[in-house]
Design a protein around this ligand. Structure first.
Ligand code: HAM
Length: 424
């Protein structure tokens, strides 16, 4: 029987894994400058956590959640996103104290049963950040600026920052009610999906790819914002403008998760290497009531975002900074059975002296030397010929040196000197 990976998943290895790790390392360095600390939560949680956090009526919960019962009939789900798990963990572990800002980042797989296509998978990886315990337009703007800095550090440019502002839960509810009334009057022009959503999640109709293009007569969200909310949003946009950050205010931006209030944002690309429909690299926003909704005795305002790592991989693959593999300093090739033990000795000694070296125990012949050199396995290659002679090929100088020695210790010293000289 032949097994295949499940649809919408992928194996990451070789150069893709190098790219993945380099991206994650660069992003991690970036958020560490802002004092974010890593957080690891379980890959599966009680299904109710996601129903409450993400929202019963969202596509993620209605259509995409991977739900299962364990052997004790506990109803669990593979996490479709990372925010709910961290909020649950902050409440459960009592991590929040008043006047304390918590700053966490996370990296890991998320699961959504979606139709796979370029940039969209059923198992995908996110790099996310969450800032909890503070509500200020300055932190909102800082979070966005950090997201853009993260993209810049990967040399991903030509991005568009889309902003929208929901206001408080009360404002959002009032707007949804007004929207519902208007949409019901125009139900005939809506697609089948949206017509069914009017009563349960009218906001989602605004970002429907088909209906979004229709000329609706709908109320404007900004007309529902209170003066204090308008001022808050204007302060964010002023901070961004002062920092020369371009943005678009997009009234149809609604996001696919119910926990947002206040600022929501997305960062998209027009790069053709990413499908037009999956061009959102980063999505996030404020969720000031989620802790309370998940059982926190304290109100903990929060904001965060997540980045799709696979989407970044499609964009960053050609960047020489990112697709650079670390190659060993030395590859040892054995040309005679008599020196297998010597190869093993050299490899162990060099590794214990912190040199990055590799060697295999296959035997090669003298005539294979140029083929091996062409493979570019390491920065140098040592061909062990016999107990008194070796040849050392250096890629930098493109020279083959012939070395004679009386004992393995002498050869070891010679290799070390050479590798150390290269490091200078
Ligand atoms: P999201 O917009 O659902 O937000 O996902 C964030 C990012 O994950 C997307 O912009 C996209 O790059 C990537 N992504 C989403 N679905 C897929 C998929 N099926 N395949 C590949 N990549 C995908 C959230 O998940 C929120 N938890 C973000 C957040 C954090 N909001 C506040 N804090």
């Amino acid at each position: 029987m032949k097994f295949q990976k499940p649809r919408g998943t992928r194996d990451i290895y070789g150069i893709d894994l190098v790219i993945y790790n380099n991206i994650v390392n660069i992003l991690q360095q970036c958020v560490t400058k802002y004092h974010y600390q890593q957080f690891i939560t379980p890959i599966f949680e009680d299904v109710q956590l996601f129903l409450r956090a993400v929202g019963n009526e969202t596509d993620i919960v209605q259509k995409e959640i991977y739900q299962f019962s364990d052997k004790s009939q506990r109803l669990l789900a593979l996490r479709p996103e990372g925010t709910a798990g961290i909020v649950r963990a902050v409440i459960e572990n009592k991590l929040y104290q008043p006047k304390k800002t918590l700053k966490y980042f996370y990296i890991g797989s998320m699961f959504r049963y979606e139709r796979p296509q370029k940039g969209r998978q059923r198992e995908f990886n996110q790099f996310g950040i969450e800032t909890m315990g503070i509500k200020s337009p300055f932190i909102d703007a800082e979070v966005i600026m950090m997201a853009l800095e993260m993209m810049q550090s990967l040399d991903i440019n030509n991005l568009t920052l889309h902003l929208n502002y929901f206001g408080s839960d009360e404002t959002k509810i009032k707007y949804q009610q007004a929207l519902k009334i208007q949409l019901l009057k125009q139900i005939d022009i809506l697609c089948f999906n949206c017509a069914n959503k009017i009563n349960i999640n009218p906001l989602r109709i605004l970002d429907c790819k088909t209906c979004g293009k229709l000329k609706f007569n709908i109320p404007l969200l900004q007309d529902f914002l209170l003066e204090t909310e308008k001022t808050y949003f204007t302060t964010i946009t002023n901070i961004l403008t002062n920092n020369n950050i371009a943005f678009e205010i997009d009234q149809s931006l609604v996001r696919g998760l119910d926990y947002y209030n206040g600022l929501i944002f997305e960062i998209t690309t027009l790069d053709a290497r990413i499908g037009e429909t999956q061009n959102t690299l980063i999505g996030g926003g404020r969720y000031d009531n989620l802790h309370r909704d998940l059982g926190s005795p304290l109100v903990i305002p929060a904001i965060g975002f997540a980045i799709g790592i696979e989407r970044l991989m499609l964009l960053a693959a050609q960047n020489p900074l990112i697709n650079k593999n670390i190659i060993s300093s030395l590859e040892i090739i054995v040309l005679d059975t008599d020196v297998l033990a010597m190869s093993s000795f050299l490899l162990q000694q060099l590794r214990s002296n912190n040199f990055h070296v590799n060697g295999e125990y296959n035997l090669y012949q003298d005539k294979h030397k140029s083929q091996i050199i062409n493979k570019n396995l390491a920065q140098n290659v040592l061909f062990l010929k016999n107990k008194i002679q070796a040849q050392f090929y250096c890629y930098q100088s493109k020279k083959m040196l012939t070395w004679y020695f009386t004992c393995k210790e002498q050869l070891l010293k010679q290799i070390k000197n050479h590798l150390l000289e290269e490091c200078l």
